[in-house]
Design a protein around this ligand. Sequence first.
Ligand code: S3P
Length: 169
Amino acid sequence: MSRSNENIVLIGMMGTGKTTVSSLLADRLGYKLVDIDAEIEAQEDCPIPVLFEQKGEAYFREVETSVLLRVLDQSSQIISTGGGSVLKPLNCDAMKKAGWVVALTASAEAIIRRVSANRDRPLLAGNVEERVHQIMRERQSKYSFADLTVDTSEMEPEEVVCYILAHHR
Ligand code: S3P
């Protein structure tokens, strides 16, 4: 696949800015925007919190993989993934093959501030601060396969987009 139509795949923890940044990037590049969480909700005709509650996380992960693999089959897309999509090595291999992978990171403080505004994430039920720290510890190393990593803690989404475009291979 040539560079001009390669997918750009955004990975990273919840609250690192994937949704906002991917939408701005799609506008800038004229690429199709694909949000994996939204695709899952459309395919299952069910909001993610309800899916977790009724079918459990293992089922959600299976659907996440099948949706991701289907989407990665196309090109010229900005793909915003869910924070847990890196949990399966199969998903990571497929992302790496089908696109340029950008990891967004942020400090625990920035993530907690951002996710507290929207409490629709089943994995953050209970004590948000504790859950964020725990998930960060469990997953930190799993985002390291990215081609580019951007710490968004102190950046506005537009700045993140400029940084990504400046480093686009
Ligand atoms: C999840 C992150 C969410 C969503 C689901 C599980 C995770 O996506 O896929 O709630 O395991 O980190 P965002 O990263 O877009 O919030």
